[in-house]
Design a protein around this ligand. Sequence first.
Ligand code: FAQ
Length: 329
Amino acid sequence: MYAQMVKTSGNGVKTRDEMSDNERAFQDRIDAGEKIEPKDWMPDDYRLTLMRQIGQHAHSEIVGQLPEGNWITRAPTLERKAILIAKVQDEAGHGLYLYCAAETLGVSRDELIEELHAGRMKYSSIFNYPTLNWSDMGAVGWLVDGAAIMNQVPLQRTSYGPYSRAMVRVCKEESFHQRQGYSIMLKMATGTGAQKAMAQDSLNRFWYPSLMMFGPPDADSVHSEQSMAWKIKINTNDELRQKFVDQTIPQIEYLGLECPDKTVKWNDEKSGYDYAQPDWNEFFNVIKGNGPCNKERLAARVKAWEDGEWVRDGLLAHAKKKAARVAAE
Ligand code: FAQ
């Protein structure tokens, strides 16, 4: 299944002459801004690209619970603990909406999960970095959710109806997540010298991995051209990364912290900041499975799935009994 999903790229976008009648009619609907719904005709590659992207997005939400879930028991106050629990729970909900959206394309949640657990399907690179202390909860909420929102707000206008509708609620919740992260950062950055140093250290460690969340530079993005023609993606990776940098630098200044990228400089001409690229070798290595926490994250997901088997079996047995009772009435 995964091999099929990833083969959907690099062939270039078909010209109108190369398209079949169905493909031309489909592209016209996309160009007119219509939403594509599950029962509508769609090219196989459109379906597979969406399964890949929505599936990876769903996995990211679920795996993304791990770095923060790890800090729930160590939150410094009851209020912070309650907020963090709510946030982590929201991420589980996002994963579920997204698995449902993927299922409307004809792939089951079990298949997607199997691909993830076999290490064939990806999730966001960012969750392969460790969260070492409480201020990392601030950095994750502020930067990671901030990058996620930057990417997901345009996805509310994506061409596939179920995905775009799922994004509306996800984006509302992500805004709360981002604010709770910034609130932690503000508290730390205006606290004692030691607390401010922790906030700076978190920013230093999460800055470049957050920039990587938007995907490789446009020149190396194999899926962008076709995905943009189909309005699966609305912006390129580099466009969104630039917007994220432009939004975040003033926030760093407000916190009284320093950007780890010392080359950051406002550029009047482009009306945005010039900034240094992350280490793209590190990125490709992380998405190949060799980041600091890849093995730990996957092992945690596989264990949760195996530990939950009795619950799934119980629910299925109950559903069967209920169906048999209804049939006998
Ligand atoms: N990590 O050709 P492109 C969140 C892969 S949600 C891992 O540019 P595309 C909420 C890509 O899959 C975060 N792999 O690909 C939260 C492809 O490999 P493939 C997740 C990456 O799809 C917060 C290859 O590189 N958000 O954080 C990454 O056109 C806090 C070539 O790349 C979404 O998934 C990466 N960062 O563009 C939860 C949003 N980037 O599949 C908990 C939806 C690229 O051929 C706590 N997704 N790759 O083997 C998208 O918008 C797109 O899929 C991109 C990548 C922009 C991520």
